[in-house]
Design a protein around this ligand. Structure first.
Ligand SMILES: O=C(NCCO)c1cc(-c2ccc(F)cc2)cc(O)c1O
Ligand SMILES: [Mg+2]
Length: 214
């Protein structure tokens, strides 16, 4: 039977990227998705904004919701200093299987931990299961309809602290209107929109950066 889009992306990484070199994994994926087959990675343009937020924050504990093929896990993981850790949650087992290989090819298996399952099931268990108190940085890139419920759950589970930064992908395309309204109206957050484009296209999209004020 036919291969899947994530499997074809993984093959491009294994054929063209240098093992243990996150920068080459990122550039191979971006070139492949721009020139051969589009895929829903955050991409190079929004990725540059993601890089600047992560670099400025220098977080020790990071949560990613929505791994897909592992592109943003590699982008974030490569910037983390020794001892820092990224926990990335992925619901789709086919995506998770590919992402594990991409993360390993980049040599980031000791920095990035992929956990398979639904964010709504895992978030209440993160403290007891992984010994996490609070997150410094959270990247939201999973189902757009789930963004709002998940940050409310993160609040309830007290996994945010004063200064925790949340960065949400796709707030324009496909869009997360209820999430945007909430973070922009709530006194608990200081929110700002970074206008950009949908990965590998000219369509508008952007990232919403929201600082939790506690
Ligand atoms: O659903 C998404 N992610 C969760 C599943 O992994 C997602 C979708 C799109 C997209 C798709 C189809 C289109 F026409 C436009 C945008 C883009 C993204 O960056 C995304 O993260
Ligand atoms: Mg996205």
């Amino acid at each position: 039977t036919r291969t899947t889009r994530p499997q074809r992306l993984l093959k491009a990484v294994q054929d063209r990227a240098i093992r243990g070199n996150p920068k080459s994994v990122i550039s191979v994926i971006d070139h492949y998705c721009r020139n051969q087959e589009w895929a829903m990675n955050v991409g190079d343009e929004k990725g540059f904004i993601l890089d600047s937020v992560v670099s400025e924050l220098n977080p020790q504990t990071v949560l990613e919701l929505g791994t897909y093929c592992g592109y943003s896990a590699v982008r974030i993981g490569r910037l983390l200093h020794s001892g820092a850790r990224l926990l990335t949650l992925e619901f789709n087992p086919d995506y998770a299987a590919v992402a594990r290989e991409v993360i390993s090819w980049a040599g980031l298996e000791n920095t990035v931990q992929l956990v398979e399952g639904a964010s709504g099931d895992w978030i209440p268990r993160l403290r007891e299961h992984f010994g996490i108190h609070t997150f410094d940085f959270i990247f939201l890139d999973h189902w757009k309809e789930g963004y709002l419920a998940d940050i409310k759950l993160l609040e309830e589970c007290r996994l945010l602290r004063k200064g925790t930064v949340l960065l949400a992908d796709n707030v324009v395309c496909p869009g997360a209107p209820d999430y945007l309204e909430y973070v922009r109206k709530s006194p608990l957050y200081d929110s700002r929109y970074f206008k950009s484009h949908l990965e590998y296209t000219k369509a508008e999209d952007g990232l919403e950066k929201s600082v939790y004020l506690g």
